[in-house]
Design a protein around this ligand. Structure first.
Ligand SMILES: C[S@@+](CC[C@H](N)C(=O)[O-])C[C@H]1O[C@@H](n2cnc3c(N)ncnc32)[C@H](O)[C@@H]1O
Length: 216
């Protein structure tokens, strides 16, 4: 069984967006789209872990510009095939753990990446994220609530409390994928001292976390 999350997403690129067809999630997706479009209206956005550009395409309607990045070129190739009307959208291959930029952004978005960060790495991850945004900038994450029957069951838990799902791709390969489902209290705790105006919007299948980076 493959345990490398990055190669899992590399191989999943062409089938990734099937996840967005789940009938029970459509109402939440519509609401999340409206919320994100409102937050990013008129802003320059750095998107991390953009994947196939599902959210890039939606946020682009109204954002001033988006630099959408991911570690896997295969997913970016799918994103580039979309006809995104906003011409100020560009793509780049970057690893969120080694992403330093001289440019700072007004805002940052990460879709379904928080759940793939090990609990012990969240602090470092948020430090990197905040460094990419101007002090007083906006950071937004969306991720999954665990809903039985809609999400795959958790099959493994490690000694640090990280949880994993066993997933299959259409080519028959099996992958053990890190997928954490943090409680609201944990999200708030991780942002203590590095964020202000923390807002958590709880939909049924998803949570959206929005905060302002602290001006030190
Ligand atoms: C669950 S997908 C989310 C894709 C997209 N944001 C969305 O919401 O549809 C997670 C993405 O994180 C990317 N990823 C995983 N590790 C990464 C890293 N270290 N740096 C940048 N991207 C990473 C994967 O390639 C994958 O596209």
């Amino acid at each position: 069984m493959n345990v490398d999350m990055v190669s899992y997403y590399k191989d999943r690129a062409e089938e990734y967006e099937k996840i967005y067809s789940k009938p029970e999630r459509q109402e939440d997706l519509k609401n999340a789209t409206e919320i994100l479009q409102t937050i990013f209206k008129g802003k320059s956005v750095l998107e991390i872990a953009c994947g196939t550009g599902y959210w890039t395409e939606r946020i682009a309607q109204g954002a001033a510009s988006i630099f959408a990045t991911d570690i896997n070129e295969t997913v970016i190739d799918v994103a580039k095939r979309k006809s995104i009307l906003n011409t100020q959208v560009s793509f780049g291959v970057t690893d969120i753990y080694n992403f330093s930029s001289l440019d700072k952004y007004e805002s940052l978005f990460g879709g379904f990446i928080w759940s793939h960060i090990k609990l012990q790495d969240i602090k470092k991850f948020l430090f990197n994220v905040n460094n990419l945004v101007y002090p007083g900038g906006t950071v937004v994450f969306i991720d999954n609530n665990f809903v039985e029957g809609s999400n795959l069951p958790i099959t493994n838990t490690d000694g640090k409390g990280n949880t994993f799902q066993t997933r299959k791709l259409e080519d028959g390969t099996t992958h053990l994928v890190l997928k954490n489902f943090p409680k609201e209290i944990v999200l708030r705790h991780k942002l203590k001292n590095i964020a202000t105006e923390v807002r958590i919007i709880n939909l049924t299948y998803f949570w959206i976390l929005c905060y302002t980076t602290r001006i030190l």
